[in-house]
Design a protein around this ligand. Structure first.
Ligand SMILES: Cc1ncc(COP(=O)(O)O)c(C=O)c1O
Length: 403
């Protein structure tokens, strides 16, 4: 029989010692244990008031003047600079806009074009490697990017990349954290293996940005994309972002060169001349309402260190695995998330034969995770608002549900 009081006491002690615990007040939460921030982050309390101001005053009163006076026009790069420190990027390399899928397209076609422009002695490369375990959209877009650029697409496991990347490879598209298993891939060593073979590395940061340090500049990543509605809490459908490393920007040839990326967008020239810098990643008129909701959401990161977030994330997932081992008996679940810290993102995925039904019952009992086909229970741990008491309760309710 599990030692319930001991785990509850430990949870209370861990919560009392948690330096990030006070951040929970900055989110709209109730008594539900919310472990689905790896799908849709919770609402930060400052967002509704900001959206109200954007709609009523900026749009309702200032109207067209807001493009200048409320900073609408420059929002994509301004908010990109706000995300930059969270992913280890210096300013001027990230623009916010469009969906992750669209940014995967820009980044991957842009990478193949960078390699093929012959300006750095790399040409004749006609292969794209893609993570075979990727979130499906990246694979679909990579297939289309390969067709458009005349490349062959080779899906493979991320661990196979060092042995597979070679003189034919133009670009490699990888996920930093696997969306199903929560496995963290080794971004520094994979990026360096890709570079050793003369190819470019494109990383999808959807499941790592805001949950752990990424170190884009430090590790020399070439291009990266990510969403903002998970650990960055930007809201449903909030815009994604594109990182193009500073020294590649003047050669970045976007496959979607809309007027917002023109050097003189209001010159209305019939011919295209790309803007300098990260701005080249823009396409068309930004979705201002979502974008400014995201900007308000990012204010919760003021004075928060991503290293502290990572430390708490690992402590939460460790404690969850310990509580599951204590409360869920009889081999009813099996963790498919690596136990080694160096290989774990901020979620725990448990294989369970009737996972869809089990997750429904958990949600009815106030523990919200999600189900991934065919048999995975996914629990995401957002260190900004999940506590150790939540973790203990989630594992206990899981044990009772399965028992
Ligand atoms: C790794 C990964 N890439 C891409 C996406 C989706 O991209 P989009 O923002 O285009 O819906 C997700 C969504 O969950 C994801 O987990």
């Amino acid at each position: 029989m599990p030692d319930v009081p001991e785990l509850r006491e430990r949870a209370a002690e861990l919560d009392a010692a948690d330096e990030l615990a006070k951040l929970r007040e900055q989110f709209v939460l109730d008594e539900v244990v919310y472990l689905d921030g790896n799908s849709l982050g919770a609402l930060p309390v400052g967002v509704p008031g900001r959206v109200d101001d954007v709609v009523r005053r900026q749009w309702g009163e200032l109207r067209i003047r807001s493009w200048e006076e409320s900073g609408w026009w420059t929002a994509p790069e301004r908010i990109g600079d706000r995300i930059a420190p969270l992913v280890g990027a210096a300013p001027g390399q990230i623009v916010v806009g469009d969906s992750t899928s669209v940014n995967v397209f820009k980044a991957l076609v842009g990478a193949v074009r960078l390699v093929g422009d012959g300006r750095d002695g790399r040409s004749g490369r006609n292969e794209i490697l893609v993570d075979a375990t990727t979130f499906p959209t990246d694979g679909y877009i990579a297939a289309s990017a390969a067709r458009l650029t005349g490349c062959e697409l080779r899906p493979l496991e991320p661990a196979e990349v060092p042995g597979a990347v070679g003189p034919r490879t133009a670009a490699v598209l990888l996920n930093h954290v696997d969306y199903r298993t929560g496995r963290l891939h080794d971004l520094p060593s994979l990026t360096s293996a890709i570079h050793d073979a003369g190819a470019l590395a494109v990383w999808d940061l959807c499941h790592s940005a805001g949950a752990l340090p990424v170190g884009l500049d430090e590790h020399g990543v070439d291009l990266a994309v990510g969403c903002t509605y998970k650990y960055l809490n930007g809201g449903p459908g909030s815009p994604a972002y594109l990182y193009v490393r500073g020294d590649l920007q003047d050669r970045f040839d976007s496959p979607l060169p809309g007027w917002n990326s023109h050097a003189d967008p209001f010159g209305m020239s019939p011919s295209y001349a790309p803007a300098p810098g990260a701005l080249r990643g823009r396409v068309g008129t930004p979705d201002i309402l979502s974008m400014l909701a995201l900007e308000a959401a990012l204010e919760v990161w003021e004075d928060v260190s991503i290293d502290a977030v990572r430390a708490k994330s690992l402590a939460l997932t460790d404690f969850f695995l310990e509580c599951v081992a204590a409360y869920v008996t009889g081999g009813r679940v099996e963790s498919i998330t690596p136990s080694a810290h160096a290989e774990r993102g901020s979620q725990v995925a448990l294989r369970c034969p009737d996972a869809g039904e089990v997750m429904k019952r958990l949600i009815e009992r106030g523990v919200v995770g999600d189900f991934r086909h065919p048999d995975v229970l996914r629990f995401g741990f957002t260190p900004l608002y999940v506590g150790f008491g939540d973790v203990e309760r989630a594992a206990r309710v899981l044990g009772e549900t399965l028992g």
